[in-house]
Design a protein around this ligand. Structure first.
Ligand SMILES: Cc1cc2nc3c(=O)[nH]c(=O)nc-3n(C[C@H](O)[C@H](O)[C@H](O)COP(=O)(O)OP(=O)(O)OC[C@H]3O[C@@H](n4cnc5c(N)ncnc54)[C@H](O)[C@@H]3O)c2cc1C
Length: 473
């Protein structure tokens, strides 16, 4: 369950073989925005589940360039010039949202907010001041300002020109624009494999195939690429979200500067006002007990069980140099991913960059976000990535973590969840992606993979990739 309600629409699945110029795989923010920029071309979109059902459905949807201490981190690993360039790209993405929302008259609760970064530990004060200085030097209007929240803070600063929205209301309108432009969008259609012969890609969608001259991988985790590509450049981070009803809407968005990140924003729909609280972020290879992680969020934001309306977790890819991976990765194969949990701005940027590259081969951010880049950060972080990858695989095999679970869950080669009526739900306890054993997420009642974050419901249906197969017995 997420705070962003799905929109009803007629779903079309692929029912014939097809040939197109450009195939976009993944129908969420990155995929649909790329289709939006390419809408006068011969394109199709395929989506394994439904529109916006990926990471986007559980996002906090802040459209901001104030991204905890990201500029200090980029400057350290890639230099100040690249940090400035990244800041410029994020500001441009925000402007582009304003432009699209105004031009297309999109009703998506797009709201201007003040954004804060706060030091929740004394040791973070100096680091926060450094981030603030960087922004000042880039001519951003930033000021020291007290955090307007009860959450513990030793120092905080704010900017005024950031936004929030409802991502599914936004996607609904983009979807309708594409539909009116007669762009085919095939839902419940999974691409299982991609093969290139001469200058054509053939995508295997099960019963049918799609041939395309160009492919855009907008699947969040582009698992079609050589398996070692992403694990050597990134890790997967999981965060936990609790949503509670509140009396008053606050025009603020706040994020802690330290790791694990704690972050909050407010949202108002026709009937109620909510506070969305996120925290306890961690590399999925570690700290996997969901109950403990949700408890940490509740404690930080002083939320009681009775106040919680929604509770869910979400994962995103963190890259070694904190810059996204956007561009051409193989001949005429483009990717947009690795958004470091800042996918609202970066998915729009990816869509713009990829569509520019397809149309003209030129983009101002081609080099900085080049997905093939290798730099010092890859080398420094490689041992950590290898360690966490190996650890998650081995520990998933050895530790069954029975102590975490209530009596209604049994984990061995078969995972069993016994529901409130005593019915047993059995699944294969093995992720089809790379064979890791799964962890039962008691809060959301899903089987979660600790290696690459695939998720399955209690009956074994795959509800999130990179796995594209079920684990039904
Ligand atoms: C806890 C959390 C909070 C966040 N909050 C923010 C925030 O406040 N601001 C911000 O800027 N960013 C935020 N992000 C990041 C942002 O939500 C994501 O980066 C963004 O939603 C990714 O969008 P996407 O379209 O690239 O991927 P997704 O939304 O994951 O979409 C990928 C789509 O591809 C489909 N797919 C996958 N495989 C296949 C296949 N084989 N065939 C067909 N289709 C396939 C999936 O079904 C899915 O619909 C947050 C992330 C997390 C984890």
């Amino acid at each position: 369950m997420s705070i962003w309600a799905y929109f009803e629409h007629d779903k079309k699945t692929l029912e014939e073989n097809k040939e197109v110029d450009i195939l976009i795989i993944g129908g969420s923010l990155t995929g649909l925005l790329t289709a939006y920029y390419l809408k006068n071309k011969n394109i199709s979109v395929v989506e394994a589940r439904t529109i916006g059902s990926g990471v986007t459905k559980n996002t906090t949807a802040k459209i901001t360039y104030l991204q905890d201490r990201i500029y200090s981190k980029i400057a350290k690993l890639r230099g100040k010039t690249n940090a400035r360039l990244y800041l410029e790209s994020q500001k441009k993405a925000i402007k582009e949202y304003e432009k699209i929302i105004e031009k297309e008259k999109i009703d998506c609760d797009f709201t201007k907010v003040e954004s804060y970064v706060f030091a929740n530990k004394k040791s973070e004060i100096k680091k926060c001041k450094k981030e603030m200085e960087f922004l000042k030097n880039c001519k951003i209007e930033v000021s020291e300002s007290e955090l307007p929240l009860e959450t513990k803070s030793y120092f905080s600063f704010k900017v005024n020109d950031t936004y929030e929205f409802n991502p599914l209301k936004f996607l609904k309108k983009i979807y309708n624009i594409l539909k009116n432009s007669e762009i085919p969008i095939y839902e419940n259609t999974t691409v299982y494999s991609i093969k290139k012969t001469n200058s054509t890609y053939t995508c295997n969608c099960g019963k049918y195939k799609i041939k395309a001259k160009k492919i855009v991988l907008a699947t969040q985790y582009p698992y079609f690429l050589y398996p070692i590509f992403l694990p050597l450049k990134s890790y997967i981070e999981k965060s936990y979200i609790c949503v509670k009803k509140v009396e008053n809407f606050k025009n603020i968005s706040c994020i802690s500067s330290s790791y694990p990140v704690y972050s909050t924003r407010f949202y108002k729909d026709e009937n109620n006002t909510y506070q969305i609280c996120l925290g306890s972020s961690h590399n999925i290879a570690f700290k996997q007990n969901d109950i403990e992680n949700f408890e940490k969020v509740k404690k930080t934001f002083k939320i009681t069980d009775e106040e919680i309306i929604y509770k869910y977790s979400n994962t995103d890819i963190i890259t070694s140099d904190h810059l996204p991976l956007i561009g051409e990765i193989k001949e005429k194969l483009y990717i947009g991913c690795g958004y470091n949990t800042w996918g609202m701005t970066n998915s729009l940027l990816a869509a713009k960059i990829i569509s520019d590259l397809i149309k003209s081969g030129v983009s101002e951010y081609k080099n900085i976000f080049n997905p093939k880049r290798i730099n010092i950060s890859n080398i420094i972080k490689l041992p950590y990535y290898i360690f966490s990858g190996v650890k998650s695989y081995i520990s998933s095999k050895i530790i069954t973590n029975k102590s975490w679970y209530n009596k209604n869950i049994k984990v061995n080669n078969i995972g069993i969840y016994i529901d409130e009526l005593g019915k047993e739900h059995k699944v294969k306890n093995k992720c089809p992606h790379m064979g890791c054993s799964l962890i039962f997420n008691e809060t959301e009642k899903t089987w979660d993979c600790p290696c690459h974050s695939s998720r399955f419901d209690i009956d074994g249906n795959c509800i999130k990739g990179p796995s594209n197969k079920n684990i039904k017995l």
